[in-house]
Design a protein around this ligand. Structure first.
Ligand SMILES: [Zn+2]
Length: 253
């Protein structure tokens, strides 16, 4: 069984979320982690988790929503919910939001502090912001979690490995021009890797251009098995263990 450790199930999908979850389960993707990004998606995400088996939630505000106050959404009630296993996605995005750097840093730090208070792992989004991500994490030695959809440079990988972070491979791993990302994943130890779709974005080969959905995470697993020289069944077991270690509230093993 595969686990999609980061997907946005509150988005619009062909046939709705029930169809997406069924297609995932038919493809061998038995567990999904629904990530939130804009505050208002937390309630719908929790409803999806409550009405399906094996769907968990991470709650967080993405750096493009610097107008939001995380205290309004990441309340004790929400974070103590049985289905909420982490804080995310949070982080920095200087590719799209170069003008809001200071506000992004403030939002990121506030959410790291909330995660530490609740002893929850964080799912980090970082784009064109490697150095600041490192500097901020240095301020919070207790912060732990995953570099979601990891496409950053080796400098950040090395730092995050030193902090026992996990690295999540998305559909981007399968793209023809992602040679440097594949090289990084070859170097990252097997026990630090998880996989995700980040659906509805970044559909893997051979589904590029389509609306991505959790069923497609199998394609990322196939490429990962290939570059890691692993049998797909062995990789499946390793990824399950890693995901359970990353998100202990899942309590899989
Ligand atoms: Zn995402």
């Amino acid at each position: 069984m595969f686990i999609d450790t980061h997907c946005h199930l509150t988005d619009e999908y062909d046939g709705g979320v029930d169809a997406v979850v069924n297609r995932a389960k038919n493809a061998g993707v038995g567990i999904m982690v629904c990530a939130t990004a804009e505050g208002v998606d937390i309630k719908p995400a929790l409803q999806i988790a409550q009405s399906h088996d094996n769907i968990f939630v991470t709650c967080g505000i993405h750096p493009e929503h610097t107008d939001l106050n995380p205290n309004d959404f990441l309340t004790d009630d929400v974070l103590n919910n049985h289905f909420v296993i982490g804080v995310g996605e949070i982080g920095l995005d200087y590719h799209f939001g170069n003008q809001t750097r200071d506000a992004q840093i403030e939002l990121f730090e506030k959410q790291i502090q909330i995660a530490i208070k609740h002893n929850l792992p964080i799912a980090i989004h970082t784009r064109d912001a490697e150095d600041d991500t490192i500097e901020i994490l240095k301020k919070y030695p207790d912060a732990h979690g995953v570099m979601h959809c990891f496409t950053s440079n080796w400098k950040l990988a090395e730092f995050a490995l030193g902090r026992d972070f996990y690295f999540s491979a998305s559909g981007i791993l399968t793209f023809k021009n992602s040679e440097s990302i594949r090289e990084n994943f070859v170097k990252i130890p097997n026990n630090r890797i998880v996989i995700e779709t980040d659906s509805p974005y970044c559909a893997p080969v051979p589904y590029r251009g389509k609306i991505c959905e959790p069923a497609f995470v199998v394609e990322t697993a196939k490429v990962l098995a290939q570059i890691k020289n692993l049998q797909i069944d062995d990789l499946e077991k390793i990824l399950c263990e890693n995901t359970n270690n990353l998100y202990p509230k899942m309590n899989l093993l």
